[in-house]
Design a protein around this ligand. Structure first.
Ligand code: 5GP
Length: 200
């Protein structure tokens, strides 16, 4: 059976990757990997849905047991991808999406060279700043920190396979969907179909 494809999606805070992924994940054949984190739960978040919320001790234990594919420290908290569910879904032929920051993404690049890397870009830093202000939940200082952090993250975008600019949401969703579809048609993933047609 054909193995699923691992997609790694990164992008700065405020670039709209959550909204794009919510649309993409309406496709039931794609599995979204729920990460483990040591950060506190935000209002409205649910343990096991948004993240698996762990203590630092639990997280370190998980890392020791080789339970994560990658992990990184971001804003003083650990974030990591749980190995078991990702491997199980890929082996069952399902595509898997990891939504992770750039350091973790580069670790996946080393471990899983066949993974596909997509960076979500805001149309400009000015637009990103405008969107962060619009959220209205952050102080000016926090917004400026996020813009500076975004700039650092965007410098890593050139190591990704694809870039999707989130100007108009619908276009960005279509672009990501097109990437996922094209990857599933790659010859190396479909040798079995060629053999089937040839009766091999
Ligand atoms: P937030 O705290 O806003 O939910 O996430 C902060 C950052 O951590 C985001 O850039 C998000 O993509 C990233 N992140 C979430 N899960 C993981 C993970 O499992 N591994 C890594 N390396 N980063 C993650």
């Amino acid at each position: 059976m054909k193995k699923g494809t691992l997609f790694v999606v990164s992008g700065p805070s405020g670039c709209g990757k959550g909204t794009i992924l919510a649309e993409i994940l309406k496709n039931p054949n794609i599995y979204y990997s729920v990460s483990a984190t040591t950060r506190g739960m935000r209002p409205g978040e649910v343990d096991g849905v948004n993240y698996h919320f762990f203590t630092r001790e639990q997280f370190e234990q998980l890392v020791q047991e080789d339970g994560v594919l990658e992990y990184a420290e971001y804003c003083h908290n650990y974030y990591g991808t749980l190995r078991k569910p990702v491997e199980e879904h890929l082996n069952a032929g399902q595509d898997v999406i990891l939504e992770i920051e750039v350091v973790g993404a580069m670790k996946i690049r080393e471990k899983c060279p066949e993974a596909v890397f997509v960076f979500i870009l805001p149309p400009s830093l000015t637009e990103l700043e405008r969107r962060l202000h619009k959220r209205g939940t952050e102080t000016e200082e926090v917004v400026q920190n996020r813009v500076a952090q975004a700039e650092r993250e965007i410098r890593c975008a050139e190591s990704y396979d694809y870039v999707v600019v989130n100007g108009a949401l619908e276009d960005a969703v279509q672009d990501l969907d097109a990437i996922i579809r094209a990857e599933s048609c790659k010859t190396k993933k479909n040798q079995y179909k060629i053999d089937e047609v040839l009766g091999k």
